[in-house]
Design a protein around this ligand. Structure first.
Ligand code: HEM
Length: 220
């Protein structure tokens, strides 16, 4: 460790005694089989989620969740803001990658039989995480307020409206009324940047606590 890093760590250690608290995580040996590719997909999904949170915060500094401002603010981010195109591009493509990695993770867990007791609640929390990943994509799609986002949302809320009994109420709840308009952007924006992240963080904590408590299932 570099000299400055070790004196910084000593300085922090004297004040907060972090090593003791973090030792169950830092000192756990990663057994040989866990370094295999098939055990990495959950972690890759998590790394991408962290990337989404960071780039999402930067985008939120410039984005305007309104019918008048949404498209212009996206164009401003892409064309005028320093490295805005890069931050937006990372946020955009990482969202597709998350869907790929999470589905591969789920399939590997399934074929390894890692959903069986005592890990069934880890699986259930995973199902909720999967739904959240789709909800992030669905709500994020509208925010650009272009033709693609608008019509994708119309199709999505239209599909919801076809559900028996609750369909119409669900559509009105999602859109904030009849039609995809300003209340829809407001709802989708608040869901995308506040409601869904809160649920996501809570579920990730539950998912990880269960994995640590039970350990990753032995191969294969
Ligand atoms: C946001 C999405 C998710 C993240 C970040 C995530 C993260 C992780 C990580 C890091 C692990 C430990 C190592 C590994 O097997 O990869 C894991 C294990 C596990 N995950 Fe996920 N996961 C997610 C979604 C899911 C989904 C959709 C399911 C299934 C429906 C699921 C079910 C499980 C199960 C059952 C285990 C235990 C595997 C074992 O013990 O071998 N996870 N997850």
């Amino acid at each position: 460790m570099a000299k400055w890093a070790s004196s910084l760590s000593q300085w922090a250690e004297e004040r907060w005694n972090l090593k003791k608290g973090l030792s169950p995580i830092l000192d756990t040996e990663v057994t040989e089989y866990k370094t295999k590719m098939r055990f990495c997909w959950g972690g890759m999904t998590f790394a991408l989620i962290v990337l989404e949170l960071i780039t999402g915060i930067f985008l939120a500094y410039y984005y305007q969740p309104s019918v008048k401002g949404a498209f212009q603010s996206i164009a401003f981010i892409t064309d005028q803001v320093y490295l805005g195109w890069l931050v937006r591009g990372i946020h955009h493509y990482a969202s597709y990658l998350i869907i790929v990695t999470v589905v591969v993770h789920m399939m590997i867990v399934f074929f390894r039989g890692a959903y069986k007791p005592p890990r069934e609640m880890t699986w259930v929390s995973g199902i909720f995480l999967l739904v959240l990943c789709f909800a992030f994509s669905f709500t994020g799609y509208l925010l650009t307020w272009d033709q693609r986002g608008y019509w994708a949302t119309r199709i999505g809320t239209g599909m919801a409206s076809e559900l028996p009994i609750i369909g119409e109420y669900l559509m009105i709840f999602l859109q904030g009324g009849y039609g995809v308009k300003q209340p829809t952007i407001t709802r989708f924006f608040i869901s995308h940047v506040i409601v869904l992240p809160v649920f996501l963080i809570g579920l990730l904590v539950a998912h990880f606590l269960m994995i640590r408590r039970q350990g990753v299932k032995k191969p294969f």
